[in-house]
Design a protein around this ligand. Structure first.
Ligand code: ATP
Ligand code: MG
Length: 557
């Protein structure tokens, strides 16, 4: 993927469909889409793609996008998730305005329609147990057999269904099924389940309902109630579409939405199933759903990714009709492209060696420099300079290789925004570790001016005053998994064996330039030559700053 900011958006076949529908008059404006998460976990990058797609299409065609919680599964759902999902959608910059809905708001209507189906002999109460239900359903090569309960009378069905509703039966005793075709080559049409009994408290309706609609029944009808025009979902629902249409065709619904499928986004070096992410959290492989190494939206926000970079990313990858894998690098390059524009520049030394300027007699000096090289409007910052400084350990080499142009004994290097220094003496501790460099500075080289001997100084390094700086914790991140497809494991081998043991490195010795005292959570920073960073929203406090590495300066994996 090119880093060129003018790369055009990748194709999106859904736009073609919408344009045709509007042109032919099949759909009257406004177009209506929806993002329908189940509140059973935190949203991840795959959801971000779906959010940008649904809200983005609505925006492009002056329509609207609803946020609808598909809360038909009382066991796994929770208001904690409802809140985090709303925060994530807002963070991505989208607004559902007054169009916030819950499938549970429609429980009464969905129930009434189920009764309607029963009365029209299109649904029946089935009392087979789970095992027999499976047997009767057949499989891809064997046609199904009719349930012995399929021909119950309308009256008996109405009576049983009403008693199911009132909680008169145990879970699993009965279900309500659509009466379609047990011999259909499409398994989803072999009398699919419409309702099952659940005696669990629902996060919104409490103990009001003892029966809950199946997702495949609730979904098309919720779309119809909300007059959704384009119901966009992932490819695994393609085979469910005939049942989606069946619901719409067999009930007196107020609108006729249509379902369209696109390929679920997979990304290398990540797992994106909520179930697996939950395992990482529960088994303490990460510190929580928002651990900055996680692919959740709350984690990437904490890590310092920007909504703009996610938008750029979803546009660059486009919308595919077939399964595919997106390289994680593409996302990182989008993050870099945006951060390059907005990040405030500062200097930080993560692994310091002390430098003493033996010929410095000026006390202290404040060096004014820009906060952003291309954006003077962002203002200036003041860097403290004095006799003792810190430079990065990796910017010094005692026995330099031929391609090393930074500091070495007897050699010269330029301190960014300051002077050329000349290394005179290397001081080591008893273990032989370099602890200090005695150097001389050349006064006339300030502001990029040449050295007295006229020789070009190739290396430019960053530095921080050793007298005035901030000590901070810096957290460096690598990929959470060591292989591009962590879920591709041999039989019986857990995906967690592919976790990267070095995905988090905590540096407690970092020295930051003093201007970072005023760092805020809202701003992003580029530590010059080191990478992009942001304050950690959970652990950073005044007096003990903690910075997260958002992304390296250049692709280095
Ligand atoms: P998971 O498989 O991670 O548990 P899900 O599909 O069960 O996710 P939902 O809450 O049902 O999670 O998803 C809400 C919406 O987000 C759905 O419309 C779904 O199609 C979409 N979505 C989920 N994962 C992806 C993905 N990887 N790429 C694109 N869209 C996705
Ligand atoms: Mg789902």
């Amino acid at each position: 993927m090119s880093q060129n900011k003018t790369v055009s958006d990748a194709p999106n076949f859904l736009k073609t469909i919408i344009e045709k529908d509007l042109e032919s008059g099949r759909v009257k404006p406004p177009i209506v889409t929806r993002f329908p998460p189940e509140p059973n976990g935190y949203l991840h990058l795959g959801h971000a793609k779906s959010i940008c797609l649904n809200f983005g299409l609505a925006k492009d065609y002056n329509g609207r996008c609803h946020l609808r919680f598909d809360d038909t599964n009382p066991e796994t759902e929770d208001t904690e998730y409802v809140k985090s999902i709303q925060a994530d959608v807002k963070w991505l910059g989208f607004d559902w305005n007054e169009h916030l809905y819950y499938a549970s708001d429609y429980f009464q209507q969905l129930y009434d329609w189920a009764v309607y189906l029963i009365k029209n002999n299109k649904a029946y109460v089935c009392s087979l147990n789970e095992e027999d239900t499976k047997k009767y359903r057949g499989d891809f090569t064997t046609p199904g057999k009719d349930s012995p309960f399929r021909n119950r009378s309308v009256e008996e069905n109405l009576d049983l269904f009403e008693r199911m509703k009132k909680g008169k039966f145990e879970e699993g005793a009965h279900v309500l099924r659509a009466k379609i075709d047990m011999k259909s080559p499409n398994m989803n049409l072999r009398d699919p389940l419409l309702y099952r009994i659940r005696k669990t408290q629902h996060h919104r309706t409490g103990a009001q309902w003892f029966i809950f609609p199946m997702y495949d029944y609730a979904h098309p009808l919720s779309d119809a109630i909300e007059k959704v025009t384009h119901s966009i979902c992932t490819l695994e629902f393609q085979d469910h579409r005939p049942f989606y249409d069946w619901c719409i065709e067999n009930l007196p619904v107020p609108a006729h939405p249509k379902q369209y499928e696109f390929a679920r986004m997979n990304m290398t070096y990540l797992v994106m199933s909520k179930r697996k992410l939950l395992q990482l959290v529960k088994e303490n492989y990460v510190s929580g759903w928002d651990d900055p190494r996680m692919p959740t939206i709350s984690a990437i926000r904490r890590r310092g990714y920007t909504p703009e970079s996610i938008h750029m990313f979803t546009k660059r990858i486009g919308v595919a009709k077939a399964e595919n894998w997106i390289e994680y690098d593409i996302l990182e390059s989008c993050v870099r492209d945006h951060l390059d524009e907005v990040a405030l520049r500062a200097m930080a030394v993560l692994d310091p060696i002390k430098v003493t300027l033996t010929n410095w007699t000026e006390g202290e000096q404040w060096i004014e420099t820009s906060v952003h090289p291309k954006k003077p409007e962002l203002g200036k910052r003041q860097m403290h300079f004095c006799e003792s400084l810190f430079i990065e350990r990796s910017d010094f080499m005692e026995n330099p290789t031929a391609d090393f142009f930074r500091l070495s004994p007897g050699g010269k290097v330029r301190l960014r925004n300051a002077y050329v220094i000349h290394c005179q003496e290397v001081i080591k501790d008893s273990s032989g570790k370099v602890i200090e460099l005695k150097c001389e500075y050349e006064k006339a080289t300030f502001g990029g001016k040449p050295t007295a001997d006229g020789k070009k100084v190739k290396g430019i390094i960053h530095w921080v005053s050793a007298q005035k700086n901030i000590e901070a914790e810096v957290r460096l991140y690598d990929r959470l998994f060591t292989v591009p497809h962590p879920e591709d494991t041999p039989e019986g081998v857990d995906f967690k064996t592919n976790l990267n043991p070095k995905s988090l490195q905590v540096i407690s010795t970092a020295k930051l330039e003093i201007s970072l005292e005023k760092a805020t959570l809202e701003n992003r920073y580029q530590f010059e030559r080191v990478g992009y960073f942001c304050l950690d929203s959970q652990d950073s406090k005044p007096g003990k700053l903690v910075f997260n590495q958002t992304v390296q300066l250049a692709s280095g994996h």
